[in-house]
Design a binder for this molecule. Sequence first.
Ligand code: SF4
Ligand code: SF4
Length: 415
Amino acid sequence: MKKLENYSEDIYKCSKCGICLAACPVYEETGNEATLSRGFFTLLHGALNNKIPLKKLAKYLDYCTTCKACFDFCPSGISAEEIILAARSYFYEHGDISAIKKSIVKAFNSNMILKGLGFSAFIYRALQGPFWFDQLGGLSSQFNLISNIVNSQTQEYIKYKKLSPVGDKKEINAVYFPGCINNYFNASVKNATVMVCEKNGIDLDISPNFACCGIPARGIGDMQSFISLAKHNIGQIDLEQIDYLITDCATCGMVWDIYPEYLEGEYKEKALLLAQKNMNIYKFLVQFDIFLPDNVEDNKIVTYHDPCHLKRSQKVDKEPRKFLSLLPGIKFEEMKNADRCCGASGLYFLSKPGISQSISKRKAENILNTKANIVTTSCPSCKIGLSQGLSLCNRKMPVYQPVELLANIYFNKMN
Ligand code: SF4
Ligand code: SF4
């Protein structure tokens, strides 16, 4: 990744056409150009040409959700995400990132802290915390919002059960990178992924030492931590023994694709090889004739939200829909603007709660218009955005990953 000072040429390419105004979910809420690519580039242009102090830009750094929607439309091909991240890295290096943000990110950088947090989530579940917190949610709308967000991350919908495979085992060496939420906080999606693969004759290899992919560190500009997590994770994989690197979290999947950009030498070579093997779970599963039980007496309407990091970064959007359309007892309904940002975007829902909530509410209105009774997505952070939006519309709805739905079907057919 280039240093901020080296982006002059890129931002100079901005023709000020204003197409990004229509694409940006943040601008839709703020109406303030400084919170969108075009305005930020203008300010940065001024700062890089010593017309305004660079420090003055600090307050605009956090507005961008890094959803990449503007990049899709920008005729000059400028990546706001890349430039914003370079700016955050500059401010991080100059000590201008808040201590709270640094401590939250520190937690993601340490497997020990994550394990501790995961243990708290386990106790919370054991004490029926999700149920009681949900009851308390009736006290006020604010309480309801917090309880929905907490429960979206802590409720364990799928518990692991060993399922016997249908048909022969497949000769596939697949490494599964579950990501830190799956690994340490709530194993529901990981359980579902492993169960669905096992049922279809695919054993997943999971290193017990995988750490966070590093995206929270990168998000605040702490590139050193990001690089050290990248090296750590790459070091856990035997490159001789891998056909696929599977991810179910949109962000983790994107990160394996971008590791090579941040590394050099031997690590870069390894990262390039792994980026070629990297595949999202739905893209992986739909290439097989997956087992689908008969006689599923269910009548669910399901819609799907595209995580920005899956659709825009990995170009995976048809496969989760195809997967959902295969599931028995499920009718798929497309929502309007399914690929519009959900508003959560990592820590964005904490740093810019007002804007985040407005974006999430628009998303929830589109979900509700489908008349779906389940909303699905492929990212733990999006689960927050969707739950947040639904709360703000005074509605509750399960928010799952598509793979959790199939694991549940298998599980019910087994009992
Ligand atoms: S990346 Fe998304 S939030 Fe950021 S400026 Fe572009 S459209 Fe707006
Ligand atoms: S779409 Fe691209 S070129 Fe046009 S104003 Fe936005 S950033 Fe500039």
